[in-house]
Ligand binder design. Sequence first.
Ligand code: PLP
Length: 379
Amino acid sequence: MRFDTLAVHGGERVPGPSGSVVFPIFQGTVFTSEPGESYHDIKYHRLNSTPTQTYLHDKLAALEGAEAAVATSSGMAAVTTILHTLLGKGDHLLVSDVLYGGTHDFVTAHAERLGWEYSTIDPQDPSSWAVRDNTRAVLVETITNPLMRVARLREVVEFARSNGIVSVVDNTFASPVNFRPAVAGFDLVFNSATKYLNGHSDLVAGSVAGSSALVEQVRHTLNLYGGSLDPHAGFLLARSLKTLGVRVRQQNSNALAVAAFLASSPKIAAVNYAGLPDHPDHGHARDLLAGYGGMLSFRLTGGVEAAETLLAALTLPAVAPSLGGVETLITRPAVTSHAGMSAEDRAAVGITDDLIRLSVGIEDAGDLLADFAQALDKV
Ligand code: PLP
């Protein structure tokens, strides 16, 4: 089955409970056990084993093209549970030098306390990557925030395999519509399902997928740390997954149209979108990705003042952080997602104060372009 068919039919129980075509929410926390069942067979929300949860896990695994998947209470629960599963005292982790702020803060603030060592790598430069005797895993992101750099993903898989370490990727910005890491050979893929997987900006969740053996290890850690997904949120997430392909393809094409439109304006100083031929990662992104995603960033020639004027003049995009929903969102990372970094650190990685980040929704592309045209006229 192809992706859109899997999105609708993957993981579905046929026939569903009591003939229901839509898999229901099993709210109860107590299930009778059958003779011969062990502790591992108990159905309990924290053990991630109730019918609403296992249904969602099967759908997620189908979409990822992975043997198994497990849902978590947030994207952060996904990454912290993975790291707690893979790393013990004295182990070493390689991490990308540009990471989502929460992941970055977790590693930098907690690794030492937990007895883990870590070092950063440039995910665009495989020649600089090296393992130590105690390296256990490498963690990268498919598309980075907010400059939309695309990692050398094939090389990460080869590097991990040849060095016997576990490859882990945060695929939140791409979603499995644009890149399927498990199919490309990554050992573990996780998402903030809060973003594209859910796509309606109304729940917080995470997902982890990979081989049955690794996902089972992650699930055991999750069972003990307690970051399970509530069945109501799980139901909403499974419902949203059915339209994932339709939504993300529209976001891909809208984002490409907006990026090209902005790039053609004399009032725009730079556009960061891997779908544009002049993006530094366009070459390998074109080989790796089915689409370049719904996220882009740009700078105006008029600096911060012009950026604020543009944000105020736009009528369709909401000025808000977060991303991946059906509605277009716009934000200035220096005062939102990256406000925690010093201005010097931000400047060093290219996050200037006037940088604007856009999460493109599924609105009509013509309406979005018209809105940007009228707002640019006011700058
Ligand atoms: N990874 C990426 C790339 C993100 O953008 C986010 C949240 O913005 C996370 C992980 C964390 O996800 P959550 O907010 O669901 O915990």
